[in-house]
Design a protein around this ligand. Structure first.
Ligand code: UGC
Ligand code: NI
Length: 165
């Protein structure tokens, strides 16, 4: 029997156990450059650990996922946070899970709007990038450095996202 996942709207409070939502929060805004520019300051912080580790900035070009989609695996990065900010204003999906004794629990699926990004906290279970509807580029800030920064886990029985809508 497939385990169907529901989709929640992405909000700062709902996502708090997993990291932070990166969005133009008016509370963080300060004018700079003589008033020409609005700086939405300190929305998230990159967290990298280990001798010789660096924060790097990447572009991930995600192909759209096909639905119904089976969430059969999750991953996490023990030595660094990882943020995704879409360059195209198009909704996408964020799939995360609480840790349960070193394994991911049931996934939670959040619908991110096109101007919302996320910063997964270090060692937070998440599904790889889930682009919806069309190819989308994302600015990704994560870690480069020594050690294996990718831990993967496969569920005994997959969960299913029936539709991204
Ligand atoms: N492996 C990789 O660089 N991508 C994943 O970490 C991901 O979260 O998409
Ligand atoms: Ni990742």
């Amino acid at each position: 029997m497939s385990r169907i996942l529901s989709i929640e709207p992405l909000t700062q409070d709902a996502f708090a156990p997993f990291g932070t939502v990166i969005e133009a929060d008016p509370a963080s805004m300060r004018y700079i450059n003589g008033g020409n520019t609005e700086r939405f300051h300190g929305l998230a912080r990159a967290d990298v650990t280990g001798e010789g580790a660096n924060v790097i900035i990447n572009i991930f070009r995600g192909q759209p996922r096909a639905f119904p989609y089976s969430v059969a695996m999750m991953e996490r990065h023990p030595f660094g946070s990882q943020s995704f900010s879409p360059l195209d204003d198009r909704p996408w999906l964020v799939v995360v899970a609480e840790d349960e004794g070193g394994k991911p629990g049931a996934p939670r699926v959040f619908r991110a709007q096109g101007r919302q990004g996320v910063n997964y906290g270090r060692n937070v279970w998440h599904h790889p990038l889930m682009t919806v509807g069309a190819v989308n580029d994302f600015i990704v800030v994560d870690r480069e450095g020594p050690g294996n920064n990718l831990e993967e886990y496969s569920y005994e029985e997959p969960f299913v996202i029936e539709s991204a809508i």
